[in-house]
Design a protein around this ligand. Structure first.
Ligand code: MD3
Ligand code: FE
Length: 205
């Protein structure tokens, strides 16, 4: 049974929404990794990100010493990113609808892999052109603590545990909220081993 938890205006967690599809999502992920493997990108400040990333769909999020951008080509291969698997698209659009965002069609999926100790510092997602579209995030494998703040960095943050199969949808007034992920604790999950995988679906262009 899916449980719905409102975090703030425009932000909802659909607990367990993706659980029935998890095996299919992870099998499709393994196939797309053959084409565009995990890599640790470099921040514009010159730091190696602790989270490993890849993308699928028409546009992929890229960070390098020149900045952040969406690019149609994977800089590692020089080729287009892998197509977005039908299973990914179905979960993203289904969760968006369940959260009240009908007609969401993502054109980018950033895939994040957290190993023990990996984290994402507090940030806003503002590299997308259309902030009226929500972001849909699917958590798989090891649990993590998600930090969810306000529109200004200094505002207080909520700590939200995100577990295997949870889907969060962030839109409207929550779309430009600061957010991050605390360092992943060591452990094992039956479906992903020691890591946490997060699929984030966006409308980039
Ligand atoms: C809240 N990823 O890739 S997804 C990211 O779990 C990112 O890997 C995290 O933040 C992860 O940029 C969190 C959830 C998320 C994504 C976008 C948001 C939450 C958001 C935008 C606004 C508010
Ligand atoms: Fe983000």
């Amino acid at each position: 049974m899916m449980r719905r938890e409102a975090l703030a205006a425009g932000a909802v967690v659909l607990r367990g929404f993706a659980e029935p599809f998890a095996a299919e999502l992870l099998a499709d992920l393994d196939r797309l990794l053959v084409q565009s493997p995990w890599r640790h990108m470099t921040t514009p400040g010159g730091y190696r990100m602790s989270v490993a990333m890849t993308n699928c769909g028409p546009w992929g999020w890229v960070s390098d010493p020149t900045g952040y951008r969406y690019d149609a080509l994977d800089p590692l291969t020089g080729h287009a990113w892998p197509a977005m698997p039908a299973s990914f698209l179905a979960v993203a659009t289904g969760a968006a609808s369940a959260a009240g965002f009908e007609g969401f069609v993502p054109d980018a999926c950033l895939v994040n892999r957290y190993e023990a100790g990996a984290k994402l510092s507090l940030h806003q997602d503002k590299d997308e052109q259309d902030h009226s579209a929500p972001i849909v995030s699917v958590s798989l494998g090891m649990p993590a603590v998600f930090l969810f703040g306000g529109r200004r960095r200094a505002e207080a943050v909520q700590r939200v545990p995100l577990a295997h199969g949870d889907v969060a949808v962030w839109g409207g007034p929550a779309r430009l909220s600061y957010h991050g992920v605390l360092p992943l604790k060591p452990g094992q999950h039956a479906s992903t081993g020691a890591c946490r995988i997060n699929l984030t679906f966006r409308r980039a262009r």
